[in-house]
Design a protein around this ligand. Sequence first.
Ligand code: TXA
Ligand code: MG
Length: 338
Amino acid sequence: MSKSHYSDLGTPNKITRAAENLRKGGVVAFPTETVYGLGADISQPEAIKKIFEIKGRPYNHPLIVHFAKLAELDFWARNIPQKALILAEHFWPGPLTLILPKSKHVPLNATGGQNTVGLRIPRHPIALQLLTELGSHKAIAAPSANRFGFISPTTADHVKETFGDSIDIILDGGHCEVGLESTIVSCLDNEITVLRPGGISVSQLESVLKQRVTIQPHNRVIRTSGSLVSHYATITPLEICHSKSLFARACDLQQRKIRTAIVIWGKHEIDIQQKTSKLLHYIFMPDNPIEFAQNLYTTLRDLDNKNFQQILVEAPPDNPEWLAITDRLTRASHTFHK
Ligand code: TXA
Ligand code: MG
């Protein structure tokens, strides 16, 4: 958490005001350990409607319901299988969302009309304090605080840049610790299935459950909006390219006079002619998945704000620890070069 400064944690009044605002049917952006969320009190139908409007999100795409106390899990969900409880106890507060049958306390407008609900207890101190101040048996429905289909925000400034004044209060919790969205795990029909890889890796889930876990191929999931093929997208066309063909591809783009940002993580000797090219700009990312994830969205946003015509990203290692990163890059990409 070294990068976070939690600037609004030192000003508890702002969190109290944010909780009041939620109670009155307002919308508040707040930090979580994964990405920033755009929150509404789930008992306020008008506020929930506002979230869909602000984001430009279709009303049938369910929102994640955030709450603070594990003891309240059975207030929000029904028929909770033992395996879901094991995961909740082990990973909450943390970057894991469990899909469970919803209780009568969860309104259908928050679940996009489905009788299931995505639940999570976030780990960020501001999110937890906001939920605690809102009160017991209260919850915040919150999608990521970005326009539908685009990159999630990992700083308060990202939220401001996107939404400006259309949000009543933006709580600043510094840079998000994880930097990618939560892992979504369906616990329905006695099966444990990963619907969206994220902050908790599949091997972490498997070691706690002591079983293999299925990963739903994303082109077949229709209920999870993050699974639409073009999602988490940059405005500048993004292309993934395998390490072995990266420099040839860069050379090709250079010859075609395409201003390109090249995001690499491997240790490469970069050709002097490419290094000094005015058309090519190299960005060096960490070669471990935790730090890569922390930096990914900020890097892509920065590059999107610059005058590039193309973003070329070195394909991540084919390794389970990089699964969530590969997933987001693939959804953001327009092309994949083998
Ligand atoms: O890390 C996160 O999960 C962040 C922070 C703010 O908590 N939230 C987030 O929300 O990424 P959102 O709305 O951008 O993505 C949530 C995903 C959506 O793709 C939604 O379709 C899925 O969760 N989801 C929510 N409830 C569901 C349900 N009942 N069944 C299937 N998918 C569900
Ligand atoms: Mg989202």
